[in-house]
Design a protein. Structure first.
Length: 202
């Protein structure tokens, strides 16, 4: 019997896979088109499903956007397992992650451009940032990082230092006087290593 239009496809054990495909498609579409410009039809086309299946998992576009951002935070949290144990190497590591994942950077930037999305804060990002805050505290207690500086302000500064050149490469190239993206990347990695030495306990 033919399935009536508008009903979700029965996917059984492949539910997790279908949801993951929808989130991957949503991340791509939100990153390129923004919250306001994203159309559920295009997300469905990228995911290889219909609109009904998307609304089966996510009741509104804002819920889908929040889930896409949460998935990005979970991905970042998974990368902490390979995080180096020195400040210099850690800053360079996270800069390289951000540099190599421009879609993730655009997705987060689109969140700032979507004040009407009414997105609540969620546990995924909070947990990731709390884990990074714990790392900073451990560095301070072990003498690898100055303990007289506020950990939360350090975390915010590190997030900025490891993301700005990846988010705004043209501005960074002009500021640094580099002529190409590879020159920018190498210059910034070198400077991050030098900057880290300034934060070592005297």
């Amino acid at each position: 019997m033919a399935r009536r239009p508008g009903r979700p496809v029965k996917i059984g054990s492949s539910a997790a896979g279908a949801r993951a495909r929808i989130l991957a498609a949503a991340q791509s579409e939100f990153a390129s088109s923004g919250y306001r410009g994203t159309r559920i039809e295009r997300v469905a086309g990228l995911a290889g499903c219909n609109r009904a299946l998307i609304y089966h998992y996510f009741k509104t576009k804002s819920q889908l956007f929040r889930a896409a951002l949460d998935a990005a935070a979970e991905h970042r949290a998974s990368q902490m397992a390979a995080q180096p144990q020195t400040l210099a190497e850690g800053l360079i590591y996270w800069f390289r992650q951000n540099w190599s994942e421009p879609q993730a950077m655009r997705l987060v930037m689109q969140e700032a451009l979507a004040p009407d999305a009414e997105l609540p804060r969620t546990d995924e990002r909070s947990e990731y940032l709390a884990a990074q805050l714990d790392v900073i505290g451990a560095f301070q207690r072990s003498g690898r990082l100055r303990g007289d500086l506020d950990a939360r302000h350090l975390l915010t500064a590190f997030l900025a230092l490891t993301s700005f050149p990846a988010c705004f490469p043209q501005i960074a190239e002009s500021a640094l006087g580099t002529a190409d993206p590879e020159g920018l990347r190498l210059s910034w990695e070198t400077w991050l290593g030098e900057f880290a030495k300034l934060l070592e306990p005297s």
